[in-house]
Structures are given as structure tokens and as C-alpha cells.
Ligand binder design. Sequence first.
Ligand code: PAD
Ligand code: ZN
Ligand code: ZN
Length: 374
Amino acid sequence: MSTAGKVIKCKAAVLWERNKPFSIEEVEVAPPKAHEVRIKMVATGICRSDDHVVNGSIVSPLPIILGHEAAGIVESIGEGVTTVKPGDKVIPLFTPQCGKCRICKHPESNFCMKNDLAQRGTLSDGTSRFTCKGKPVHHFMGTSTFSQYTVVDEISVAKIDAAAPLEKVCLIGCGFSTGYGSAVKVAKVTPGSTCAVFGLGGVGLSVIMGCKAAGAARIIGVDINKDKFPKAKEVGATECINPQDYKKPIYEVIQEMSDGGVDFSFEVIGRLDTVTAALLCCHGSCGTSVVVGVPPDSQSLTVNPALLLTGRTWKGAIFGGFKSKDSVPKLVADFMANKFQLDPLITKVLPFEKINEGFDLLRAGKSIRTILTF
Ligand code: PAD
Ligand code: ZN
Ligand code: ZN
């Protein structure tokens, strides 16, 4: 029996309070309005950005359904939707691509002005499609994938290859693309270069894969958790260092290792001290440092402009600089053509109901990516 046009009752992981576990609740998911798409979720990854909301480092309205790195199948579409149809395999896009705003029309930029990184907590029309216990529940970055069904704006979903394995390509919805694009598209890593990657989680490992694909000669992985080193080397790090093993600041250690500084550095943790260390460890005249980690809300750095005056470049990007709706189907096609691997990023697959166990593994430094399956 078709569910199109009807409210769907299903299970979702609701965050009612910060620093508390998710509750698996029965929620009501309203049908998609015009230019919206309802998706049956198949697999979702757990990204540190979701945990940033739980711990308050990203400030979002509550209650909320988090999750933004996923893949599923279109259940139904609202009026006027033309780019997907029921039955299509899709990836939700936490950075939309409206195609009409100044940024979408810009040849290089990708951070569409219809994004909800500022955490309005609704779809584009300013309302929610989720209700739990009679209360509206907020959306997260237009995706909310920790639910058996979600509704997204058409600008926040991309159709992908019907043959794609959703429990793997869900990582193209955030972690893989963010890291890989930060290397190949944002930094534009050059052949023979030396790179330093701070933070060897799912996003940092994907940066390493991008640096390697771009032909970097040396890739230095930096993490305070040594257990992350073997995987980093497996995906392309040529050496790994732990800042806690040195008396000197880590930027000096890296400068010494790289004839005065690396060509490209990446901060993939989300801390102010490591953003500074990454900036300082890239060469003062020819180095580029890329901010990938999401820093804590409302915190700032004081930086001496002379650090840039000598020729350094300091930049950052969301979603690896990729225009999402255009790039995600291509990245999935590249994965299907074996141009990169996703398996090294997947450390655990759990049923959706075990979401809290998945977050505990991330917080304990025991997982790269846990995939929750529905
Ligand atoms: P993760 O928690 O899996 O990895 C972070 C790694 O950093 C871990 O291996 C930690 O051990 C390591 N680490 C922690 N503190 C330090 C320290 N002081 N020095 C060195 N290493 C340390 O996270 P992730 O890979 O899922 O995400 C990484 C960051 O990227 C996080 O801030 C997340 O919010 C952000 C992100 N940004 C975007 C974007 O579009 N820019 C997208 C997705 C994730
Ligand atoms: Zn993410
Ligand atoms: Zn746009």
C-alpha cells in the first residue's frame, strides 16, 4: 500500500537534551510539500559534527533529529520535484545546491546560500516535517538522517547510481567528500609536495587519500591517539607523529621535518590550538593551510597578520569545496569505477537502534566511521 501523501509513523533517534543519549522514539513524518522529497533511509554514518551538537560545540535548537551522512531511497516527492522520483537511490546533501544563488553561480564556491549551517532547524520554508509526542522536532542541516524516514528540500538531495552499495556510499554524503575535496579541490595539493594532516578520524583519513591521489610525496599524519596510525599509513600517510611525544611545539617539529614547513597542512579536528599549529607548520612563503574541522561555537583566534604577509595562504571549506548536487553523483560513479576505497573508513556496522553505542565508540577513539543500517 502506498504511503505517498500520508503521514508515516516510524522510529527516529531524538536528541531532547545536550550531553544526553539519543532516545529512539516513534515520530510522525509529514508528507513532502512542494519541492520536497521524502526518503526511506538505508544507511547513515556517524560524523563528529553530529557529536558537536550533542556536546554543544555546535549550537542547535532542541529537540532535534541529527545525522547528515547517509544514503536512502526516495519514498515520495512533492509537487514540482523533477530531479528525483520514487524508487531512486539518493544521498541527502547537508550543503544544498539551489543553482540560483550568487554562490551556486560562482564557478569555485560551493556554500549555497540556502544552507542551514547556522542551525535554523527547519526545511527552507521555515517549518518542520517531524513531530514527536505532539511536539515539532527540528531538522539538522536540512538532512536529519537518524530517522527511518526524513524529508529534505529538493536542493538537498542527489540521485546516484542504482547499483551503488548504500551502506558504503553514505560516506560520500559527508566524511569522504569533505576530506578528499579539501585536498584535491580546496588546497589543490600538487605532485611531489609535502602535506601534514592534523586529526586522523574519518575526515582526516579522507584528506590523506586526497593528498595521495594528488601525488603528494610525503604525508605526515598528526594525532594524539596512536591507535589511529596504522590505518593512516594504510591509506597513504608516509609517517605519523604524536605531539605528546615531543617537548617542542608540534609545528616546530614539522617545520624541522620539512625544510622550514610543509606545502599543505590541514586541521581536521576542530580545535583552536591545532588550527594555529597547522597554520604555523606550513611554509611561511609557499605554504597553504586548510581549516576543515568545525571549531567550537563563538571562539576566536588572535593571529599576527605577518604570518600571511610573507606569502602563506589560509583557507577553509565546507564539504570539501564540492558543489554538492553536481558532484555527489560523480563521486559515487568514481567509487563504482574503483577510483578510491571507502572500506578503510568503515570500522563498524550496527543496527540503527544501537546509535548510542556508535557514538560511544567515536568518543572513545575506537572507531573511524560506524555505519548504522535501517
Ligand atoms: P574524529 O573525531 O573521528 O577525528 C578527530 C581526530 O582528531 C581523532 O582521531 C582524535 O584522536 C584527533 N585529535 C583530537 N584532539 C587532538 C589534538 N589535540 N591533537 C591531535 N589530534 C587530536 O572526527 P571526524 O574525522 O569525523 O571530523 C573531524 C572534524 O571535521 C570535526 O571537527 C568535524 O566536525 C569536522 C567536519 N567538517 C566538515 C566540513 O564540511 N568542514 C565536514 C565533516 C566534519
Ligand atoms: Zn559530517
Ligand atoms: Zn545556492
